[in-house]
Design a binder for this molecule. Structure first.
Ligand SMILES: C[S@@+](CC[C@H](N)C(=O)[O-])C[C@H]1O[C@@H](n2cnc3c(N)ncnc32)[C@H](O)[C@@H]1O
Length: 355
């Protein structure tokens, strides 16, 4: 999955810039600029509430792809919160030179506002001149963690154990192959009750994504004061094993269709799996973060909308915005399948977690 998506020469996300109608799938960002405008509304409410510190607050995005969401947020802050726009720094966490080039182009109008870092550690290390500093602000992502490589586990009902699926080459095709080494199981899988395991169908599959939890843990460790937010499609742990998903959630998208075989067309189709939101929330909690919001995208965005309405900030709301809002919150579009997790660290909580 990592090679198919991120190989510098042939990886899907290195080659395919288009998301939305001309791409393989939609995201809340490709629906239109409203998603970014609502996030900007939320971010301004958060940042305006924290006392001015020695350094300006930072808004940092990971998984920015071509920079559209960053541009939507910055445009909205510039228009509706010019004072805050003047104060903040905007960072993009982007390991790929190719995607950084796309983002620079999209964000040309904000070239003095945006800076790039290859990974999370760059958020607290701004070079020798500044000697490193504690991160205060917001680290956010949309549909980042569903694109992290997963381990695919299968259930062997006869031997009552989990095994791991690997990928092998057979002739000119990639095929699934059962790995002989025992997989590393996360605690929630190890602790599944025997009665439930007895009821699992032979070959039922789930995914685990230690990389997503590790990313969240590292982001939490960096956060000295502020918020960590992600929006994505995902599940809570008690929803993962479900009769309606015997093959798990790992899937491919090609031209807006579910791919029949995710091993087909490597580098040409998207591969994705649902995010385990319970695991993220637990990782953040163990790192000392407090959950501020955990629920559907629909509820999250509706609350922002209601606040803006109450504050009289919605004058000039257009029909296009209404359509975008309906798509973003509709339970059969993005409002139900997508979830939001926002966790917070207050400044007096000292960060003691290893990165
Ligand atoms: C599904 S796309 C979402 C793009 C965009 N956020 C949106 O919502 O339209 C996932 C993006 O995350 C990026 N990505 C994956 N791993 C990353 C990492 N470790 N750091 C930063 N970006 C990453 C991918 O390259 C891709 O651009």
């Amino acid at each position: 999955m990592e090679t198919a998506l991120y190989c510098p020469n042939c990886g899907y996300y290195e080659k395919k810039k288009d998301i939305g109608r001309s791409g393989d799938f939609h995201t809340s960002v490709s629906v239109g600029p409203l998603f970014g405008a609502l996030l900007a509304q939320k971010f301004s409410a958060w940042l305006e509430g924290i006392p001015a510190g020695r350094h300006p607050p930072v808004i940092a995005e990971a998984g920015a792809h071509d920079g559209t969401l960053a541009a939507d947020i910055l445009t909205s802050l510039h228009t509706h919160h010019p004072e805050l726009f003047g104060k903040i720094e905007f960072r993009i966490i982007e390991p790929s030179p190719q995607r950084r080039a796309w983002q620079r182009k999209t964000l040309a109008a904000f070239e003095n506002k945006v800076r790039w870092t290859e990974d999370l550690s760059g958020l607290t290390n701004h070079g020798a001149a500044d000697g490193g500093r504690a991160f205060c602000g917001i680290i956010f992502s949309n549909e980042l963690l569903d694109a992290f490589p997963v381990h695919r586990l299968g259930w062997d009902g006869a031997r009552k154990l989990w095994f791991e699926w690997g990928v092998a080459v057979n002739g000119d095709r990639f095929v699934w192959t059962r790995l002989s080494a025992a997989p590393v199981l996360p605690e929630w899988v190890r602790l599944l009750p025997p009665a439930l395991l007895d009821a699992l169908p032979e070959g039922c599959a789930i995914e685990v994504c230690p990389a997503a939890e590790q990313w969240w843990r590292r982001a939490a460790a960096i956060l000295h004061q502020g918020w960590l937010l992600t929006a994505d499609y995902g599940l809570n742990e008690d929803e993962i094993l479900s009769p309606c998903r015997p093959h798990g959630t790992l899937r491919g998208y090609f031209r807006h269709h579910l791919a029949d075989d995710i091993l087909e067309r490597p580098g040409e189709q998207d591969i994705t799996a649902h995010v385990n939101f319970t695991a993220l929330e637990r990782a953040g909690g163990l790192a000392g973060l407090v959950t501020e919001f955990s629920g559907s995208q629909s509820k999250f965005l509706t609350e922002i909308f209601a606040r803006a309405f109450h504050d009289g900030r919605l004058s000039g709301w257009s029909r296009a915005q209404t359509r975008q809002f309906q798509t973003l919150i509709h339970p059969e579009h993005m409002g139900g399948a997508f979830r939001v997790l926002a966790q917070r660290r207050d400044s007096d909580k000292i960060n003691r977690v290893e990165t």
